[in-house]
Design a protein around this ligand. Sequence first.
Ligand SMILES: NC(=O)c1ccc[n+]([C@@H]2O[C@H](COP(=O)([O-])OP(=O)(O)OC[C@H]3O[C@@H](n4cnc5c(N)ncnc54)[C@H](OP(=O)(O)O)[C@@H]3O)[C@@H](O)[C@H]2O)c1
Length: 330
Amino acid sequence: MFGRFAGLKYLELGRSGLRVSKIGLGTWQIGSSEWGWNRGYGVDDVVRAIERAHELGINFVDTAEIYGGGLSEEVVGRAIRPFRDEVVVATKVWPTHATYDGVLKACERSLKRLGVDVIDLYQVHWPNPLVPLSSTMRAMERLVELGKVRAIGVSNFSLGRLRRAQECLKREEIGSNQVKYNLVERGVEKGLLQYCERERVALIAYSPLAQGLLTARYNASNRPRDLVRRLNPLFDPAVLRRAEPLMTILREVAARHGIEPSQVALAWLIKRNHVIAIPGAKRPEQVESNARAAELELSDEEWRILSEAGSKVSIGVWPKLRIPLRLLGL
Ligand SMILES: NC(=O)c1ccc[n+]([C@@H]2O[C@H](COP(=O)([O-])OP(=O)(O)OC[C@H]3O[C@@H](n4cnc5c(N)ncnc54)[C@H](OP(=O)(O)O)[C@@H]3O)[C@@H](O)[C@H]2O)c1
């Protein structure tokens, strides 16, 4: 065990004044049967994980109204109550609530489930092309005006949509865009990453461990069994085989520093100044390991080799089709 530790660095979410640790905590796992909730881990584990995160100086917790049908927000709210003022709480509104009134109502429900007076970062979970973006963003701005939200974020927004979302706001600025980003899923590097850096929008990297692939524990004959990962093309045997050279490098770098491959993968992400990573965790030991990733300063050469090996893992289109067919027994 180790106490609050010096390795964690902090970053301001855009110009919001909210200072968050570069390693946060993702909580999709809470209450989600697709991750195996109550089969191998449960409420005691995740509450201890949140408490441990706080002890270690992780001050950013990400949840969403959709996670576990609201259970994630409830559990997060209960767990942080004793130290609420030391935590930056982020949650998200689901796209089916993207209308002006829908956002206001969804926010009330989230405030209640979380048991807080104000949500620090309220994020639009996914764009909804059927609802004018201006209505959604006007509602977000209204929530700041009402003191119910401190900062506005978006999630899964392309560069064009992010720009348009900012244009819809009259007084506020978008603090962050939460997007999928890890060593093998690098779509954001085609412009969005650079834009966020230039415009001072924090990039919150979700699935930073590629849902566990970057722990280097899995291979074509040892695949995770939960629904989330059975549906994820990353865990298709062909992709796992293509990822082997990267796994070897991750293991080598990890061994050189006496740490775990997953910590190398997180260190690779947070080397960029405006990126924070929010690994999901099921238990306190995972949180400890993830927090420690901040202690590692990868050399420029290590970073380059990892970047190159990661970019060679092509995920392809075919596995995406094969996996649902396999689930249907075809
Ligand atoms: N905005 C969005 O649309 C969106 C989408 C997805 C996720 N998210 C957010 O991002 C968070 C993280 O993404 P994610 O959950 O998809 O993927 P992730 O963080 O890449 O992977 C999480 C999984 O990795 C394993 N893990 C975590 N820490 C570990 C450690 N130290 N050692 C070994 N294994 C470890 C755990 O699985 P096992 O223990 O089962 O191996 C855990 O369930 C979510 O919780 C959620 O808050 C947002």
